[in-house]
Design a protein around this ligand. Sequence first.
Ligand SMILES: [Fe+2]
Length: 282
Amino acid sequence: MTADRAESTQTGNTRTGDTRIIWLSDLHFEEYGTVLGHDPRARLDVTISFINKNYGAADLCLISGDMVETATPANYRALATELDRLAIPWWPMTGNHDDRAMVPEHLGLPDGAMPGFAQYAIELPQARVLCLDSLNPGVASGLLCAERLDWLERALLANPDKATLVFLHHPPMALDLPMLDPDRLENGAALLDLLARFPAVRQLCFGHVHRPVSGHIGRIAFSSLRSALYQAPPPVPTWNWESFTPAAEAPDLGIITLHDDQTNIAFLPFCAVSLGVNGVPH
Ligand SMILES: [Fe+2]
């Protein structure tokens, strides 16, 4: 992490009056090999090229977890080298494939991040972004312990009237995705109860399900995002983990534009579904 990266994230690019966040999720990066037949280096390379070509003036890039497929220092170091090619500041979150100590060590976190966890706040002109660490080591589902929930409550109380977006890896509610819902945030109700106390919380953004779902819970809008690498099958036809085959759907990135009192999230497929997939010409 460089001083420039931290400074530009804190300041925001206000030349246009709006703030633009590029949202990625579930990179499942590996230095070598493939993941479920998908080449994570080829996919990340085209992701970075697309962002630099089309959104090089965006304010920052947020990546909602599963940074790597296998949490090793070598994979994180290789990933950091790739992500540093982005023309804009980028910040990671933890997913169930990640390691809590390796993420800050190799990928860096903004100044002021919560000690011991990959959890932090970013102040932008139109809104505050709170990125949470929902990793529960050793299992696919997520958890926010009392310490992390307390950090979140104190962050919200510090500026209760500022519009707020909350990012985390695990969805805190079921999404009518029968095979994926059991691995959501285990104590999602505790998170949602806390957020419901703060009317300035506008939006939840999460990954993990490798599928696009949007809606609202109470008065809080939410959205998931496709993986940058491979997609989970849709709920029908029904499937199980033995029959799991990635869906033939192109990856998306999210373009979040913060206007005064309005947030747009556009979903952009940035490459062909075949790019980086074994046995299929690119
Ligand atoms: Fe994932």
